[in-house]
Design a protein around this ligand. Structure first.
Ligand SMILES: *[C@@H]1O[C@H](CO)[C@@H](O)[C@H](O)[C@H]1NC(C)=O
Ligand SMILES: *[C@@H]1O[C@H](CO)[C@@H](O)[C@H](O)[C@H]1NC(C)=O
Ligand SMILES: *[C@@H]1O[C@H](CO)[C@@H](O)[C@H](O)[C@H]1NC(C)=O
Ligand SMILES: *[C@@H]1O[C@H](CO)[C@@H](O)[C@H](O)[C@H]1NC(C)=O
Length: 397
């Protein structure tokens, strides 16, 4: 794997990383929206997920907010909801406005205080006053209008919004992954359209994306590449000991970036209301096994030592386990992050490329080894890369 070939996937990943950083900084499209009944609001924001938009006018003197919450792509079998949560960035405690098409084919719009997890939005009074609540479903766009009497001095609120399916005519549980658990953030009622709200949600989203990129690049790409280097470069005697140092530096940088990625995951996990147990446990296992590989290097017996074959087996077993778990965990992470399909496709392409390279190199290696054996059959004790099937048996290192 020469520099040029290693370079182009890195370039692709860099642009992927850049896109993920910049994606949340899109232009506000809500500001060009015109309400059909000529309502007008002084501020609006494109919420970060669920095709949602919030328009509002806030009278700071009276602490009255007139709001319109819009969801595009909603159907007659969806419910939509927007809430203020005075108790924090979570679903429980949300003081919600809810709308859905009820059985009499008219839109039901009501208030609901979400007191516990798993309740399906029962009607109830909110902790602040709500008046003039109404809604409409036009085409595939559902909107809730309301006037909120907030407590005096309010300038920033925690907002939570949600879209879910109807179940036997009333709101059912919404999805518990992807956009449906990212739909919260703080909203500064005083700042205009240009200052993004959903601010903490989009910074959280950015941290989630950073976590994804760091780990997909390190554990998910560099580690397997480092293993390919060890396995297939060493067959060329001229690449000895270069392959060894390449392998070490590839795995060491993968480990360094991977530990940073793991740390971001720990932070995300401790901030998250949803417990991604399996993903977290695999992450922990990877950190432990990856660290063990580092220590194993220090404890490596000399290459003609009688324990060296056992060390080789151990090193290979842990190495292949790490690679397998890494790839599994990147896909688990993709399920949780639930990005656009193209990111999943991109990672599948990376794994497929690594797999195809391994297959081609494996064949080429055997070809070289067999050819070498034939030409050297009269000269005994020619060492080559495939004896013992490990990365260390023939090296001069
Ligand atoms: C804001 O509320 C105060 C107090 O109710 C009122 O006097 C004022 O006219 C309102 N401002 C606007 C722009 O509606
Ligand atoms: C549907 O909503 C309308 C408007 O809120 C209400 O009058 C009606 O009772 C509701 N029907 C059902 C079955 O909930
Ligand atoms: C909500 O508030 C109204 C008016 O204050 C009151 O009549 C009603 O009983 C309350 N509903 C609930 C469910 O507490
Ligand atoms: C709110 O409702 C009241 C009574 O129904 C009405 O008089 C008032 O004009 C409404 N205000 C807005 C802003 O729609």
């Amino acid at each position: 794997m020469d520099g040029a070939r290693a370079g182009s996937p890195r370039l692709a990943l860099l642009s992927l990383a850049l896109f993920l950083f910049l994606a949340p900084c899109r232009a506000q499209s809500c500001s060009s929206y015109a309400f059909s009944d000529s309502r007008a609001y002084s501020s609006c924001v494109d919420l970060s997920v669920l095709n949602s938009y919030l328009h509002w006018t806030y009278n700071q003197t009276s602490s009255v907010a007139d709001i319109a919450f819009r969801v595009t792509g909603a159907t007659e079998s969806d419910w939509v909801s927007w809430a203020i949560n005075p108790s924090g960035l979570s679903m429980v405690g949300s003081q919600a406005l809810v709308a859905y098409q009820n059985s009499s084919a008219s839109l039901r719009v009501y208030t609901s205080s979400v007191d516990s997890e798993g309740t399906t939005l029962p009607e109830g009074n909110l902790s602040f006053g709500v008046s003039n609540i109404s809604g409409k479903l036009e085409g595939s766009e559902m909107t809730i209008f309301a006037r909120l009497q907030l407590s005096s001095g309010t300038t920033t609120v925690n907002q939570v919004w949600q879209v879910g399916p109807l179940q036997s005519g009333s709101p059912g549980s919404h999805a518990l992954s992807g956009a449906n658990v990212q739909s919260m953030g703080t909203l500064d009622l005083l700042s205009g359209t240009t200052v993004a709200s959903g601010g903490s949600a989009s910074s959280r989203q950015r941290r989630r994306n950073v976590h994804g990129v760091l780990n997909a690049v390190s554990w998910g790409t560099l580690m397997p590449m480092g293993a390919l280097i060890a396995r297939y470069l060493k067959v060329f005697q001229s690449a000895d000991p270069a392959w060894f140092y390449l392998h070490i530096s590839c795995q060491a940088s993968a480990y360094a970036v991977g530990v940073a990625g793991w740390a971001t995951g720990l932070k995300l996990g401790s901030d998250s209301s949803v417990d991604h147990k399996v993903h977290g446990n695999i992450g922990l296992a990877l950190f432990v096994l990856g660290t063990l590989q580092g220590f194993a290097l220090l404890l490596r017996p000399k290459k003609d030592h009688k324990y060296r074959p056992y060390w080789n087996m151990y090193h290979l077993a842990v190495g292949y386990t790490v690679i397998t778990l890494s790839i599994i965990n990147v896909f688990k992470g993709l399920d949780i992050l639930d990005p656009e399909q193209k990111w999943r496709t991109a990672y599948i392409a990376i794994v497929a490329t690594l797999g195809a390279s391994a297959a081609v190199l494996e064949a080429a290696t055997w070809y070289i080894v067999i050819k070498r054996k034939k030409t050297a059959s009269s000269a005994p004790k020619i060492s080559h890369g495939m004896n013992g099937d490990d990365g260390y048996s023939n090296g001069r290192v």
